[in-house]
Design a protein around this ligand. Structure first.
Ligand SMILES: NC(=O)c1ccc[n+]([C@@H]2O[C@H](COP(=O)([O-])OP(=O)(O)OC[C@H]3O[C@@H](n4cnc5c(N)ncnc54)[C@H](O)[C@@H]3O)[C@@H](O)[C@H]2O)c1
Length: 705
């Protein structure tokens, strides 16, 4: 509970300090304290103006999201009421903003009569990332201060803005040179405003920047068109645009009321619940069984990667991008040169797109040291093996690593399907061994499956969890099983997509349904992107262990045999014009599909979009249930993140397990049962799915214990 009486006096200026550690969340208790301090100052005849600033490392991270569901956010004084009171104050109020001011924590300064900040401060309205719109006047006041185009960019992206930029745009009135001066600068500005005649200037009364927008009536439609592909299916960005439109078209109070209604509608939507679920899932994923806050973590200042192929090169880039020196080895110079050329090419392409300066690219490249000297990796804090997927080779490598690595070095394998415990067992220190399953392209994809071996130590897990954040990954801990969580859940999805086209659908229909559901692309487009030769090789590799009843459609293998490898040959499931990535249905594929159905004795039928969606989604959810009940994953929200960051599952649907809960676990179970009766064993409902359906449970509430 913050001190309700924290109003200090600096001459005639009342200085109010927000103090609600750790991030000054605007919880009810803080709002009451602010109101009390403010009212006391209003009544005090010796106070002529106010400064509001914060204790701690930031101004305020905004609303307390947990209050959304408890209802406390609606208790008086609401943030909107507080801001209205401040804005209406006859005594000017200056916000002194440092560190960060987000969401409601930024709407509060927007309602003040002036804003002062320091370099490096970040301000913004990230509400859209929670599936809502700002709810305390942000969409009405920000465009009045910085103009509609800049406000659209800021609010619809939800991305923070540096205070320096805010100063240029007219959002920040004055910049203090350092944090030490911030309150002084704010006090002086407050004194100056108090000395002016008449009531202090209100943001709500400003119209000049809105008038500019009225002169450009196409502005909003153009903006909608510019986000159409990215925001597809996600309602909150469009709701934000409507609110800013209301700011331009309606008087302030009506605009504010419109924003409030929109906020309430969004907050109660399933999409917002899904976005909030993901927000909490990301925090929850950091809790790992057996790992405590106090568990020691190794500091990682030198990394090594074995193999500079598709994965090794990308992994080396991850370290270099995070400023960590990395050595990368190969068995022969040609492979090393090819790998380094690929890395150089990747950086050059980022530079040519304007996303990285040439100097930064050079600095990153300089952190990657190619070498043929295996022994030179002996001093690395972490070694990640990314050689061919071959158990004998991996065992040989780990035996050599065991002989040369420091006793405390972390030894990781990037295997996608081999048994991490079997690899660890060849070393004298299996507790130092862990799986680090990156996704391709490793320098781009955010997901990192951290595979916990039977003997992996909590210290190693804590260290790689921390490292994953440092190299920009979302680390999700899973246990050892064939293909781990992500790929294991992907197989039934891809398998069903294959069966659907044997039964009567075509790739373009399946891909359209999955795209409309919100994925960036469907399974066939994805296959073409990844390369059908890659999938073919994986199937060959898995063939010896594949249970005989687990049939898969032969069509993908036939395309491979025809030399149709996907985008790289301009022909795969689809056809591609030279230099284009747009998939075009191809008659040759259509004929192959129809012929294969005939050969298999399948009478093709019309397949509904609904069946396509269910046949693709429910089996993967079913596999998720198996992954959970086998203890491979600790919680269903981890599997949601795996799909969000590994395969582009739409965030506004919360991930596959959340989606199952939202359509009803019993419905998923009944549908799976029906599929199982018509088709074969691979669609058998998982015991956990059946149990939850029977008990009326959800994956979200399920826990392993
Ligand atoms: N490609 C993917 O999408 C993907 C995704 C996740 C994990 N993986 C896994 O990552 C590993 C590497 O896969 P990849 O796709 O990068 O293969 P790749 O064939 O592109 O690269 C492997 C590299 O390892 C090198 N190499 C072989 N033996 C070596 C040794 N003794 N010392 C040093 N280098 C050696 C090879 O010369 C080659 O350049 C495999 O275990 C694979 O299962 C691959």
């Amino acid at each position: 509970m913050p001190d309700p009486d924290h109003l200090d006096r600096r001459g005639a200026v009342g200085v109010i300090t927000l103090d609600n550690p750790p991030v000054n969340a605007l919880s009810l208790s803080l709002r009451v304290a602010l109101q009390d301090a403010f009212e006391a100052g209003l009544e005090d005849p010796e106070i002529e103006a106010f400064v509001i600033h914060s204790a701690g490392r930031m101004f305020s991270a905004g609303a307390d999201i947990r209050e959304f569901d408890s209802g406390a956010a609606g208790e008086s004084p609401t943030l909107g009421e507080l801001i209205a009171m401040i804005e209406a104050s006859p005594k000017p109020v200056v916000a002194a903003v440092h560190g960060a001011a987000f969401g409601g924590g930024f709407e509060l300064p927007l309602g003040c009569h002036a804003r002062v900040s320091v370099p490096g401060t970040r301000v913004g309205l990230p509400e859209v990332t929670l599936g809502i719109v700002p709810g305390a006047g942000g969409t009405q006041r920000l465009p009045r201060l910085i103009g509609v185009p800049a406000a659209l960019d800021a609010i619809v992206s939800g991305k923070p803005m540096k205070a320096e930029k805010g100063y240029e745009l007219g959002l920040i009135d004055e910049m203090a040179s350092s944090l030490d001066d911030l309150v002084d600068v704010a006090v002086r500005l407050a004194e100056k405003l108090a000395a002016e005649d008449g009531p202090p200037p209100k943001v709500r009364d400003r119209d000049d920047r809105l008038a500019e927008a009225r002169e450009n009536p196409g502005l909003f439609d153009d903006f909608r068109a510019s986000i159409a592909r990215r925001a597809r299916g996600f309602e909150a960005p469009y709701a934000c645009i409507e609110c800013i439109e209301a700011a331009v078209e309606k008087p302030f109070d009506e605009g504010l009321a419109f924003e409030r209604e929109t906020f309430t509608r969004c907050r109660n939507s399933l999409q917002s619940k899904a976005q909030r679920h993901v927000f909490f899932a990301e925090r929850e994923a950091r809790r790992v069984r057996g790992v405590e806050k106090a568990t020691p973590k190794a500091s990682i200042s030198q990394a090594a990667v074995l193999g500079c192929g598709t994965m090794g090169g990308g992994i080396a880039m991850c370290f270099a991008n995070a400023g960590i020196p990395v050595r990368v080895t190969e068995t022969e110079q040609g492979a090393l040169d090819r790998g380094m050329d690929k890395i150089r090419g990747n950086y050059a392409s980022t530079v040519s797109k304007g996303r990285l300066s040439e100097a930064d690219a050079e600095a990153r490249l300089a952190l990657i040291e190619p070498t043929l000297d295996f022994d030179s990796i002996a001093d690395a804090d972490i070694v990640i093996e990314a050689v061919f997927e071959d158990m004998a080779l991996k065992k040989e490598i780990f035996t050599r690593l065991d002989a040369i690595c420091r006793p405390d070095a972390i030894m990781a394998t990037n295997t996608s399907s081999l048994d991490v415990d079997e690899i660890a067992a060849v070393t004298s220190r299996p507790e130092q061994v862990v799986g680090l399953h990156f996704f391709s392209p490793a320098n781009v994809m955010r997901l990192l499956e951290i595979v916990r071996g039977e003997k992996t130590s909590p210290e190693v897990l804590a260290s790689v969890m921390a490292m994953s954040g440092r190299i920009g990954k979302v680390g999700i801990v899973v246990g050892v099983c064939d293909a781990f969580a992500a790929n294991r859940m992907l197989y039934p999805y891809a398998q069903q997509a294959g069966f659907l086209i044997e039964e009567g659908a075509f790739p373009e229909q399946v891909d359209r349904v999955i795209y409309e559901f919100g994925f960036p692309m469907g399974p066939f487009g994805l296959g073409d992107l990844a390369g059908l030769d890659v999938g073919w090789r994986v199937r060959q590799h898995r063939e010896p262990t594949r249970p005989k009843d687990l049939r898969y459609s032969p069509i993908a293998d036939r395309l491979y045999e025809m030399g149709r490898y996907g985008q790289k040959t301009n022909r795969g499931w689809f056809r591609y014009e030279e230099g284009s990535r747009t998939p075009i249905p191809d008659l040759e594929v259509t004929e192959l599909i129809v012929r294969t159905s005939e050969e298999l004795g399948i009478e093709r039928r019309e397949i509904s979009d609904e069946e396509i969606l269910q046949r693709c989604m429910y089996p993967l959810i079913n596999m998720g249930a198996r992954v959970l009940e086998e203890g491979i994953s600790e919680r269903s929200s981890d599997l949601d993140l795996v799909w969000l960051y590994g395969y582009g599952f739409p965030r506004y649907r919360g991930g596959p397990m959340f989606y199952a809960d939202s359509v009803g676990v019993d419905h998923v179970y009944e549908t799976m049962k029906r599929f199982h009766e018509v088709h074969t064993d691979w669609l058998e409902p998982a015991p956990l799915l059946e149990r939850l359906a029977r008990e009326g449970g959800t994956f979200g509430d399920w826990s392993a214990s």
